[in-house]
Design a protein around this ligand. Sequence first.
Ligand code: F6R
Length: 282
Amino acid sequence: MKVFIRKNYDEMSRYAAEIIVDLIKTKPNCVIGLATGGTPIGTYRELADFHRKGLDMSKVKTFNLDEYLGIGIDMKKSYESDQSYARFMYEELFKHVNIKKENIHIPNGLSKNPDKFCQWYEDEIKKAGGIDLQILGIGGNGHWAFNEPGASLYSRTRVEPLTKQTLDDNYDAFYKKAGIKRDKMPHFAITMGIGTILEARNLLMIANGKKKAKVVARALEGSVTSQVTASAIQLHSGESMVVLDKEASTELKNIEHYKHVEKILSIRSKNNQKISSDSSTV
Ligand code: F6R
């Protein structure tokens, strides 16, 4: 796991976007897992900026982590206004870039048979060749996607009830502004499972703000537990990257080590650039 600490939200967002752009440049038909929430808004804004400056995303496939049950839209048909994560994605990313509608996958909160839908979603991820890079935030209670405390670390895409804390957090962030009453908010969601997320070849977790400092430290440096499902990052066998702003990093114990690793990695990548121009080296 590599932890990169940036001065503030904007720099965190820029750095996360650069990681995604590097992937798209090396693999234009890559499969990216997307997250919603306040944290990735800046990253999506930066991606839109890269697109305006020429980044082609027409071959990129996307799979979103989750969606509330009972609301949502068919991304292939329309972009109506509601509180769904589908609409959020359209507003914050899809309308600003050239990802094709047929390449976008978001759990269908309006499915008539959600359990069957969840199996279909897993199959679609497999058919696409698996996720190359999964973007993740972290909830106030340490959740990844809607894998609330106690969710199995082997879990797959399924319907999950939301905890009171998640309902409160999301109500304040999204529903209150729209004038929607608390009891009208969906209490269930379709979510990728922790097992599904851990199969992504690369993970990119981002977090910002003082409010996240404790839970970030708990997930990265505490014991692995289903009570903090993001702690499953410690079980990931591929490349896991965590990009934080300074405020979210303040409770980490190994901060000097993370900074040291970043420094030696950048020295190594500079040396590698020199070496790779010499074709005789192995
Ligand atoms: C959203 C998601 C959630 C959020 C988490 C943090 O797709 O999967 O787990 O990443 O709740 O939300 P924010 O970024 O609003 O703090």
